[in-house]
Design a binder for this molecule. Structure first.
Ligand code: GLC
Length: 731
């Protein structure tokens, strides 16, 4: 944990020396100065000034010094505690040297960056990597990202994102581990262990940040930043557990979400950031606001002015202000006017210093040039390729896959040769030229293919070029890489429609009409409504956004070098009208039935989803038999015999679901409560046992009492949330 007597004494001693302004300086995170410390020419500065990105003072500072970073003086005055998005150890060391050697107290800086799914070795987007259901992969990719980022001067990242995402209209679903709470708790622990390790002061670890706190994915209408209102019981049951797991795992920082929570912005929500987070769960790290979120408390209308927004936020427990400089501009006056107690400032500073000590910044503030840079090293690329092929989900296959090496194919699709697109929606340091695209991989494999560049950047299709190519081609198989552009998913990218962008669907229809076999590869960051496209495809492969090894990983699966093992962690709706849609919905009095009018359904479209949570095909098949349920003290032991009934080896993810038969509040029709992965050779059978603690089955009653009373449960051992062998037990 972060708190220990030795560090607390050091903090006490430091606090005693600090002026109020220096204390508030620690709570001030500046965006990386757009005019960086190096190499900004006068012309570039002119452009930045004309665009309003820098102030007149900053512009003048550059013009005088040419290399001056306009924020450097603020660092010298002890008015900056951290920077956001400053990159490169040369630059971070320069700013750190000013903080440590030229400011009065020499308190080192934090350098934060969104290293969401890799630094330079970019891994699959979180929604993709989640489909591996592999906690070792989650941890390893975070550790590799931490090593590369720390070498680059970064000591803090704003991830893992732990938002439960049940609505694919919300673009940030791409950053999430998916729709299930239990899954997200295990994901949280693995990620924080990967980033922070047991000691985050070492040169291969950085401080993590659990975000966005909380229920950000529940914004009305699937619209980003939108209002969220729900019962406390639902909040505690669905959205808070991943953050509780993160705190137990020792996460150093937490980021309140942009949204309000039942009328109070998370950034200034005292119940959330103080009563719940510190009072109930004893979080010892600090809260960093989201970008300019302190300013947005005023836009939400719950603060009268900037000063009020600043006082409310820091008093609620949002310790550091990201980017809008409201704390450094207003808190000193608030203390002087008796509106704010200096003790509140002291406690916030203490939390920030606790993390700086834990990172070892007082002992080792500077970053050495590594003898052997780890960036994009062969082991890192190998790990990225392994994670990527495990992330691939086979959604349909009529037997056309795996392809034989001798297959010659026609390749179409905007994404086939786009290295930047392979990196996905949330990368800052990743470079497109580092990516292996589909065409790169086809070339390196020596596959005989023809690429038809018939899809433009605007997703329009040159149907003449396509039809002529189809007519002229001897190839019998078309590989179509379709989906959504990476800039159209992620933050501020909510969509009202989930169809393939532009004319891509028509393109698939043309290919189908030509009589050729069609393998559809999906490149996307969210579930899309691809029911019709799937019908006309011989195979559909969900490749998400797979990172720098995307092309190699995709072909590893298509040619059978890797038997696909990915399983969805989000439900695919058939139509956008179903959103939000998720498997673990509460039981209701008139559940959907296709046989009766008077049940919960759509009368003008399908009610069941296209692909359920946990779904994914393999090149082999598995059977589940002999379910055995045993009570071992306060543990429910679930055992099942799993057999590989196909002709190739494969890795199966055995999922355990329960349904609580009776509750004081409505209970979900099914909930994931455990899983394990098992590798099986053709014909091999293994008994898989998953143990579930009674606490894991607990829930909240309407008064938010946590209930773990004995109950009766349906239990499933399953391949996905819509299948499995079922038993019943009193526990
Ligand atoms: C963004 C995101 C947050 C990110 C932060 C810093 O607006 O909401 O996830 O960490 O700003 O880039």
């Amino acid at each position: 944990m972060l708190k220990n007597p030795e560090t607390e004494q050091k903090i006490d001693a430091l606090l005693a020396k600090m002026t109020l302004r220096e204390k508030i300086g620690q709570l001030n995170q500046l965006g990386g100065s757009p005019v960086g410390g190096f190499g900004v020419t006068k012309e570039e500065a002119e452009g930045l000034y004309q665009a309003g990105n820098i102030t007149k003072e900053q512009y003048d500072a550059i013009c005088q010094g040419g290399t001056a970073d306009a924020n450097e003086d603020a660092v010298r005055r002890g008015e900056v505690g951290a920077f956001l998005s400053v990159q490169g150890r040369e630059y971070t060391n320069r700013l750190q040297r000013i903080a440590v050697e030229e400011s009065r107290l020499g308190i080192p800086l934090l350098f934060g960056l969104d290293v969401i799914h890799g630094h330079r070795t970019v891994f699959p987007s979180p929604i993709a990597e989640a489909c591996t259901w592999n906690t070792d992969t989650f941890e390893e990719s975070a550790h590799i990202a931490a090593r590369e980022a720390r070498e680059d001067g970064i000591n803090w990242t704003f991830t893992p994102m732990l938002d439960i995402a049940r609505d694919p209209r919300w673009g940030r679903i791409v950053e999430s581990p998916g729709e299930d709470t239990y899954f997200a708790t295990r994901y949280a622990v693995a990620k924080i262990k990967g980033f922070q390790g047991e000691d985050m002061s070492t040169s291969d670890r950085i401080c993590a940040c659990a975000k966005h706190f909380v229920a950000y994915g529940q914004g009305e209408g699937g619209r980003d930043y939108n209002t969220v209102d729900m019962s406390e019981a639902k909040l505690r049951e669905v959205y808070l557990p991943p953050f509780e797991a993160a705190i137990e795992a020792g996460v150093g920082t937490i980021m309140p979400a942009f949204n309000d929570l039942s009328g109070i912005p998370c950034t200034s929500n005292k119940w959330l950031l103080d009563t719940y987070l510190r009072g109930e769960h004893h979080f010892e790290g600090f809260c960093i606001s989201d970008a300019h979120a302190v300013k947005q408390v005023r836009f939400a209308g719950t603060a009268r002015d900037e000063a009020d927004a600043a006082v409310q936020s820091v008093s609620a427990g949002c310790d550091m202000d990201m980017g809008c400089e409201h704390y450094i501009h207003h808190l000193e006056g608030a203390v002087a006017n008796g509106i704010l107690s200096e003790e509140v400032i002291n406690e916030a500073v203490r939390r920030v210093l606790r993390v700086k000590f834990a990172l070892g910044l007082f002992e080792h503030p500077y970053v050495e040039t590594p003898r052997e840079p780890s960036v994009l090293s062969a082991p890192h690329r190998a790990a990225a390729r392994d994670a990527a092929r495990r992330s691939v989900v086979l959604l349909k296959n009529d037997g056309i896959l795996p392809l034989s090496q001798k297959t010659n194919i026609l390749v179409v699709g905007y994404f086939a040769d786009r290295g930047d697109e392979m990196l996905g929606s949330w990368v800052i340091s990743g470079q497109g030229e580092d990516s292996v695209t589909l065409l790169d991989a086809l070339n390196s494999r020596g596959v005989d293919y023809t690429f038809v560049p018939c899809v433009g950047a605007d997703m329009t299709v040159d149907f003449n070029l396509l039809d002529n190519a189809l007519a002229a081609a001897e190839e019998s198989i078309v590989l179509a890489m379709v989906g959504e552009k990476r800039d159209n998913v992620g933050e501020a990218c909510s969509k009202g429609h989930l169809d393939l962008e532009g004319e891509q669907s028509e393109m698939l229809a043309h290919i189908h009409a030509s009589g050729k076999s069609l393998v559809t590869l999906l490149f996307n960051g969210r579930p899309m409504t691809i029911g019709q496209e799937a019908e006309i495809s011989n195979a559909v492969v969900e490749t998400w956004q797979l990172g720098v090894e995307a092309g190699n990983a995709t072909l590893d699966v298509l040619f059978g070098d890797y038997n696909p093992s990915g399983r969805l962690t989000v439900t695919f709706p058939r139509h956008v009208g179903q959103c939000p849609t998720y498997y673990n919905h509460p039981k209701i009095g008139r559940p959907y039935s296709a046989l009766s009018k008077w049940t919960s359904k759509y009368i003008d479209d399908e009610t069941a989803p296209l692909y359920p949570f946990g779904y994914g095909l393999s090149y082999t098949t598995y059977t589940y038999e002999n379910l055995v349920l045993r009570v071992e003290d306060d543990i429910l032991a679930v055992s099942v015999d799993v057999t590989n009934t196909g002709s190739v080896p494969g890795e199966e993810t055995v999922q355990i679901y329960t349904q609580c038969r009776y509750g004081l509040r409505v209970r979900p029709v099914k909930e994931l409560k455990g899983w394990d992965k098992v590798f099986l050779y053709a014909g091999e059978t293994k008994t898989v046992t998953v143990r579930i603690a009674r606490k894991t089955l607990g829930y909240y009653d309407a008064q938010c009492n946590f209930i773990t009373e004995p109950n009766t449960y349906f239990v499933w051992a399953a391949h996905d949330s819509s299948s499995g062998v079922q038993g019943e037990i009193a526990f």
